[in-house]
Write a protein that binds this ligand. Sequence first.
Ligand code: ARG
Length: 562
Amino acid sequence: MDYKKEFAEVLYEQLQEHLDLTKVESMIERPKFENQGDLSFPCFELAKIYKKSPQEIAKELVQILKLPKQFHHSEAVSGYVNVFLNKSVVSANVLNEILSKGENYGDLNIGDKKVITIDFSSPNIAKPFSMGHLRSTVIGNSLALIAEKCGYQAIRINHLGDWGTQFGKLIVAYKLWGNEQKVKETPIKELLKLYVKFHEEAEQNEQLNDQARQWFKLLEDGNEEGLKLWSWFREESLKEFNKIYQLLSIHFDSNHGEAFYNDKMDQVVQLLDEKNLLVESDGAMIIEVGEDLPPCLIKKNDGSTLYATRDLAAAIYRQNTYQFEKSLYVVGNEQSLHFKQFITVLKKMGFKWHRGMKHVPFGMMLKDGKKMSTRKGKVVLLEEVLKDAITLAKENIVEKNPTLAEKDDVARQVGTGAVIFHDLKNYRLNDIEFSLEDMLRFEGETGPYVQYTHARASSILKKGNYKADHEAILLDDEEAWQVITKLMAFPDVIHRAFDEYDPSQIAKYVLQLSKAFNKYYGSVRILDDLQQKQARLSLVHSVQLVLKEGLRLLGIQAPKEM
Ligand code: ARG
């Protein structure tokens, strides 16, 4: 049901001598004012061809257009042909489509089952899960869901930061000041303490840094003692990260972190060498990536490899393993340079598939206007933030709906939903101010507001004893139309959200749909008019389905009651 396309076809019948169909379709706009119709075709470009004024052309077109029944009528308004949809026909079409497709309404087949890898979350071992990683986690998860909705096969990759010089520091610190029991009890807190202490001490004692470098080199060379500590730190950290993923109901297809690529680095360096791309500089190995970018560092002068080297190996591995068509990296915008550099290296290596690679950057999470930082021990522990949100959600529920069953599960859905929605409603590149109170409001632009609207729709259906049937549904009142035009837009919104890798389009959409529906609910007595009841309930059911599916695409659950 693409009314724009159908309108284009009707116009094309009359204009085919001069314009092709895609051109006609591309010219169609939305009228400036709602009361001017649903779609609008400007005739200004035609004036030259027909040697008539646009006003005259519009008038003539209105006379001769053969409108099918989904269009009510057309009008010529100052050089435009405005067309009005037939509300009852269109409403019936839209509702029938939603009710017959259910949660599959809005499915698109842009991806044609091709693979899109999505590198997201990717926290660093032995460090707390930061706000930036939370942003990456919720944006990446939503993009994976949107990609699947668009017909792609999404591969979710958690590129754990489990290798690098910081492990040298950590080993030195642990050997000097560590305590096994304490690390076991609260691994992240304890490891972070050691890491912070290392930096403080290293300011006085330069030797510590040398020792750390040596330990990292030993690690890279396979030292047993070092590897044992490393894998212990890794395991303990993963356990903590998994608690967060579990709260958010997020899973990954691959947890191959940076360390996974250790035995694949030599090959990459060799390949770079064969292609004559490596340049020596002060004993280090670099690759020039153009005049406006600093060179990409491949090997340090002590022979150890770097973040970028591991990303090169990972990209090649992913292409070989998954033959991806697209490959996204959901990582904060402070790493833009890194992605430009290493994708340019892939290009210089002659890999055509570098074209499918894309850094999807995002802005910062602020608290009182300042960056939420994990350094110097000033941590915001993510698990605690989520737990606070869940506790607050539970307090709200106990107050509003004391008899609700399964309060804890609903509180988890609402608490985490609030945090996720607060992030995703903003365009990803904008910085966001963190405020637990704001996110959890039941009114305004929040997750709980949308969830609450969904629960309201569910409860009306229950009260009205609604049984779904897919017969033609007649609804032609203005109030319903406002909701229907929103419902109709869903597939388009999904398409745009995917094209722009922008979940906020969907978040804003479910807000608008909720507002339209709540207005409808406030002005129409859904259950009282027996003649209209079934038709109105089918509208309510459509709203319920689309809100649930929209929230799902954001990674948010929709409880039936709350
Ligand atoms: N662990 C990195 C960090 O926290 C993010 C990794 C992103 N993914 C990648 N392939 N570079 O900064």
